[in-house]
Ligand binder design. Structure first.
Ligand code: PLP
Length: 362
């Protein structure tokens, strides 16, 4: 096996190496059963224990109140873009959305198929370089919920606080779940695709307040109703067993690191190192406005697209991989989720200084 490089990929993203090594063994022979992890029945006592433990650890790490259900679904975070309005728009079929990037925009498009959607804020004209302050949007009075994307993976912006509203909050936390403390009781629902900060692609985590399960219209297809999955403990049909197992191992790893509060401090420190490097020179320019900066995805530019291409190639040659920005804004992006090691950030900062002195802006 090649030595591991520092992988700044936005998702699927780097996972703790100890988790990968254990998963490799369990795939062949799970807990001395003589059966591999991905061959064993999802209704076996061994797998049921895996799913139960993953849920219990998640509840513990996020302090999820008892009146919330935890679901492990398939279809990616993108399927939540339509499941949410299908299930939760209520009688008036109205909701408010904040348009802070590609993922918000896609969710708005789907929601419009089901109801009257008010887009109360958009930073699209400024290429999504910020998220709104509380006084920059008004939530329509008859809205069932306010929807926002907590961390905008592509643009590198993040809501520093929970947006103010008297309405129910629904949040896409795909790229910052478990990176900082969240008061779950403020939300009707939180969801996250696993492949950014939780585990491999294939499972989407949904945390939903129990009373909302009754709001689903009767004609909703069985598989697309939250209640179906809640009533059957995410085992209405075959769940994504492998992905749930890896998420469970990542949660155990996170507990060993000291839990959410501990990782939150580490994340702030890691991001601080990179933003410090960006702010110390005009050579690098951060895409996000300072008040909206993400601690997970740091998007930045160099003086020219040519220098950016050279930067990305030379970084990869010294094992700093995956720094190319998203095609919609170009430039560079360093994704430094929970499992991304601090040493990799330090190495990138050193590389940035060296690159700048070797490649002066013309
Ligand atoms: C990656 C991402 C998605 C899409 O996730 P899929 O699982 O690929 O559908 C949605 N929202 C955010 C914030 C993301 O970062």
């Amino acid at each position: 096996m090649a030595d591991r490089v520092y992988n700044f990929s936005p998702g699927p993203a780097t996972l703790p190496v100890e988790v990968l090594e254990k998963a490799g063994k369990d795939v062949v022979n799970f807990q001395q059963t003589g059966i591999g992890l991905i061959e064993i029945s999802h209704r076996s006592k061994e797998f049921m224990a895996v799913a139960d433990e993953a849920e219990a650890n998640l509840r513990d790490l996020m302090q999820i109140p008892d009146n919330y259900k935890v679901l492990f679904l398939q279809g990616g975070a993108s399927s939540q873009f339509f499941m949410i309005p299908m299930n939760l728009l209520g009688k008036d079929k109205k909701a408010t959305y904040l348009n802070t990037g590609t993922w918000a925009k896609k969710a708005i498009k789907e929601a419009k198929l089901f109801g009257d959607i008010d887009v109360a804020y958009s930073s699209e004209e400024a290429s999504f370089n910020r998220v709104p302050a509380d006084n920059e949007y008004t939530v329509a009075g008859n809205s069932e919920y306010l929807y926002y994307v907590s961390n905008n993976t592509i643009y590198g912006t993040q809501f520093p606080n929970v947006p103010a509203t008297e309405k129910m909050l629904i949040s896409d936390m795909s790229s910052d779940i478990l990176s900082r403390s969240v008061d779950v009781s403020k939300y009707g629902m939180i969801f996250a695709g696993a492949q950014k900060n939780l585990g491999p692609a294939g499972v989407t985590l949904v945390i939903i307040r129990e009373d909302l399960l009754e709001n689903t219209p009767a004609q909703t297809p069985t598989m697309l109703s939250y209640k179906t999955h809640a009533d059957k403990g995410s085992m209405f049909n075959t769940p994504p067993c492998f992905a749930i197992y890896v998420v469970g191992e990542v949660l155990k790893w996170l507990k060993k690191q000291g839990g959410v509060e501990a990782i939150e401090k580490i994340n702030a420190e890691k991001a601080g190192l990179l933003y410090g490097a960006i702010d110390s020179t005009d050579y690098y320019r951060g895409h996000a406005e300072k008040e909206s900066r993400s601690l997970m995805n740091i998007s930045f530019n160099l003086p020219s697209p040519e220098l950016e291409a050279k930067f990305i190639a030379e970084a990869a040659a010294v094992e700093l991989n995956g720094l190319k920005g998203h095609r919609s804004i170009g430039g560079c992006r360093a994704s430094i989720y929970n499992a991304f090691p601090r040493e990799g950030v330090v190495k990138l900062v050193d590389f940035m200084k060296e690159f700048e002195s070797n490649n002066p802006a013309s």
